[in-house]
Design a protein around this ligand. Sequence first.
Ligand code: HAM
Length: 446
Amino acid sequence: MAILTKAIRGTQDVLPQSSYKNRFIEQTMLEIGENFGFKEIRTPVFEHTELFNRSVGETTDVVQKEMYTFDDNGGRSVTLKPEGTAGAVRAFIEHGLFNEPMPQKFAYVTPCYRYEKPQAGRLREFHQFGVECFGAGDPSADAEVIALAKSIFDFFGVDDLTLEINSIGCQKKKKKYQEALKEYFKSKREDLCETCKGRLARNPMRILDCKSPVCSEIAAGAPKILDYICDDCRSHFELVQKYLDAFSIEYTVNPSIVRGLDYYTRTVFEFVTGSIGAQSTVCGGGRYDGLVAELGGPSVPACGFAVGLERFMMLLEARSIELPGENPVDLYIASMNTEANITAAKLAAEVRSEGVPCLFDTVGRSLKAQMKYANKIGVLFTVVLGTDEIEKGTAKVKCMADGTEKEISLENFAEDFIKMSINKAVDDFDTGDMNIDLSSVLGGLK
Ligand code: HAM
């Protein structure tokens, strides 16, 4: 039955052969975030449905069409998070973090769920790295979160992302803009999709990010919000640009960017690429000064962004950007008989307790098959234990890259192995052979 052996459409497995890449990317992003003062927050994967209705917005595509919403056994409507901001804001309010020194800066890696039509770069379960900065209304904060995103892309060597920014102003002038949009769309009502017909009365701005090709074409000619924002918002936006200049970050002002979520105010931005097809927005974010209050907290300004990790990985692949390889297994202890294998288990435990990745045979293979396996999985060193080795109390450790061997004691196995492997790596480094990646050996010593 395919239902038992096929993952749900729009979801992806990350297999052991490649999961090191995801881990490296996620850890690196969190670490770069830490350099900017963002600390990790983890919030539940599901929340009360109302939280997303109120924050993301009732008239958005996400809430209207894409949420995974269900009643739990207690009859409460819950929703798998379609994005990371709402949960972070809820946690910020619930734990009274507005009483802590501002700004409060959070970073997260989270799965997200949206019932969208799956295609390359568009999944139903996807992952975001995101940051949220609370309590900083100054334009420098907008520029700083953008600078963080840029630092991440620079670190990975991604050079074909362009930054597009816009300001959608504050609530004050939004009414006037909504009216202008209503006026514009009214004459084209018959051509709009059914959802957008409903949006026309309730929230015409959301027509601007409808995914239907006809609505998108009509939306392209709509009035631009930049022509409607108030003076305060205009100077805020100008200062954001001055800070971006100070950070030497290139950008273009794109008056069509309004973002698909209702909570944004003032600055909005996207990093887009031409390398991964139609789903070209790798990172999106902006300011949301009204959301904390909207959800029941005090009035606290905030801004942030999220990077879609699957799209980011597609981009790395498209640009042939290599990530550091998987950590190799340092040592494989092969054995010639059961008694030797029991000693192998004991030695493996000693070596592992020093932090060195080490394997021995748990399949019952012949010695030849064990060595073949060790070779196949790219082990750095092997050692063979038989009755002779156990009697003598020493065994030869072989470097798989160049075949050189060194005898070490079984009594002091873990310590001698570590010393030997470091000496070998240093000798190789000196002679330029570089058979062993020193970092992998030293990694075991941490
Ligand atoms: P968003 O633009 O909806 O913003 O999503 C951010 C990123 O998540 C997108 O740029 C894209 O890379 C990725 N993404 C979105 N939907 C999918 C999908 N179906 N499949 C694969 N990737 C996807 C937010 O979610 C905001 N919470 C960002 C934010 C944080 N704004 C302020 N703080």
